[in-house]
Write a protein that binds this ligand. Structure first.
Ligand code: UDP
Length: 455
């Protein structure tokens, strides 16, 4: 229910990527329902252009000086480092103008909430004496990992990470995470990853940290952060359970819902690898063979550009079409939350991005975990080892392994047990998002002092 307007504005600064925009816009909606006015300051790249879905929000754009062609070449980590360098001045200018305009109104700016990966907003907010709040769009455990990694002996760590014998060992203090589960790989050279981490965990002058997670998922990591960061930590997630805030950058193909309507309950494996992961032709074929051999129907999102050197699927051999034609349905982009809610879906093969993980947990759908990089490995380890609702595929992707994983999840008793645990967790998450629940109360604990201080 929407609360009374309070004439207090909150400025949001998202990372321009789907997995970060989605939770930031959900947070914006949640804060708007609490009575705040919302301004979203975004960079030119990947903008939310949603006056339809967010008619009451103000959207401002700052130049980022990064042509699309450069972004592809840079890779995620270098892109974020450059974005932080380029945007500090443009953000300051934009915030200064907003404050001037606000002077004519009587809206106070209570704080700037920025995605942890875009710390360029810190300096400007400080210059204008506006409090800053960090929003972590990934989980608390990955935040803990980053804090630990930011302090490791870099030389020794770089040696360890190259040693194959170390990979399966549990990293001291981060049980059950092994070296190979640490959020380091594939986003860029390890040295740059460590540099970015030391910036992101340095919450510096921030007055609070908000995390899109719930205490029933990661209580010990949240407690660790609470102690380590020395500012209040508010686990307010998963936001999507209570909030609808459509912010898809790609067009959703809804025909897959009709296809799902014709499938048996809990029979379909839904496959999506998120908005960034790339997959080799060879792996696509192994997946298609394994899926076809499992005899289960499958709904597969193949995002345009996700197969290197290919616009969409044109580089795949004819054999691929034959393998998927009998039981498969392919789309370029799906209405994922609606798909996961659908009674026909029995399992989710995911790259384990944090949003996809939360969306699956929120619907009680067990998972096949094939992480690619960063925090996805942490999530996959937790899904399999801590929450015990996932099967992780490690090492080389082979059709036999794929077929076995699908059967374990959809057909075997083991899968039924995982589904029970997943439904149990879904109920806990729903309780935490309801009035009086831990995440709902945590959001109130965050907003109530802002209202009092600025009224
Ligand atoms: N998503 C979607 N349709 C798709 C695939 C993904 O709407 O076909 C959404 C998904 O619901 C999630 C987001 O894209 O909210 C992906 O975020 P995630 O953190 O899982 O992964 P990332 O894209 O950041 O790697």
């Amino acid at each position: 229910m929407e609360e009374k307007r309070v004439k207090i504005r909150i400025v949001l600064v998202p990372v321009p990527a789907q997995g970060h925009i989605t939770p930031m816009m959900q947070l914006g909606k949640a804060l708007h329902l609490k009575g705040f006015s919302i301004t979203v300051i975004q960079t030119q790249h990947n903008r939310v252009s949603s006056s339809k879905d967010f008619p009451d929000f103000q959207f401002l754009t700052i130049p980022d000086s990064l042509p699309d062609s450069d972004i592809k070449k840079l890779g995620t980590i270098q892109f974020l480092i450059k974005l932080n360098q380029f945007c500090e001045a443009t953000f300051k200018h934009c915030l200064g103008q907003l404050l001037q305009e606000q002077g004519n109104d009587d809206d106070n700016i209570a704080c700037v909430v920025y995605d942890e990966y875009i710390h360029f907003s810190k300096a400007a907010a400080k210059a204008f004496q506006i409090p800053t709040v960090v929003f972590s769009t990934i989980n608390a455990t990955a935040f803990v990992c980053r804090s630990v990694l930011a302090k490791v002996n870099e030389d020794q760590f770089l040696i360890d990470m190259k040693d194959p014998e170390v990979q399966d060992k549990v990293f001291q203090g981060l049980h059950p995470l092994r070296y190979k589960d640490l959020p380091t790989s594939a986003f860029g050279p390890l040295e740059s990853v460590l540099k970015l981490y030391s910036e992101t965990v340095n919450t510096g002058t921030a007055s609070a940290v908000i995390i899109n997670s719930a205490s029933c998922l990661e209580s010990s990591s949240l407690a660790w952060l609470q102690q380590e960061l020395q500012v209040p930590v508010y686990p307010i997630g998963p936001l999507h359970i209570a909030i609808t805030a459509p912010s898809s950058l790609l067009e959703e193909d809804r025909s897959c819902i009709e296809w799902l309507n014709n499938q048996k309950p809990s029979s379909v494996i839904y496959i999506s690898l998120g908005s960034l992961a790339l997959i080799k032709t060879k792996d696509m074929l192994e997946m298609a063979q394994g899926l076809s051999n499992s005899n289960q129907p499958f709904l597969w999102v193949i995002r345009p550009g996700s197969i290197p050197a290919s616009e969409w699927t044109e580089s795949l051999p004819e054999e691929f079409d034959k393998l998927v034609s009998e039981r498969g349905y392919i789309v370029k982009w799906a209405p994922q939350m609606e798909v996961l809610k659908h009674p026909a879906v029995g399992g989710f093969w995911s790259h384990c991005g944090w949003n996809s993980t939360l969306e699956s947990l929120g619907e009680g759908v067990p998972m096949i975990c094939r992480p690619f990089s960063g925090d996805q490995r942490v999530n996959a380890r937790y899904l399999e080892n801590v929450w015990r609702i996932g099967v992780q595929l490690e090492g080389k992707l082979e059709k036999g392994i794929v077929e076995r994983a699908v059967k374990r999840l959809i057909v075997d008793e083991e899968g039924a047990e995982m589904r029970k645990r997943a439904i149990d967790l879904k109920e806990k998450l729903e309780t935490s998002a309801r009035s009086g629940g831990s995440s709902c109360s945590s959001l109130d604990d965050f907003v109530n002092p802002l209202k009092t201080k600025n009224s």
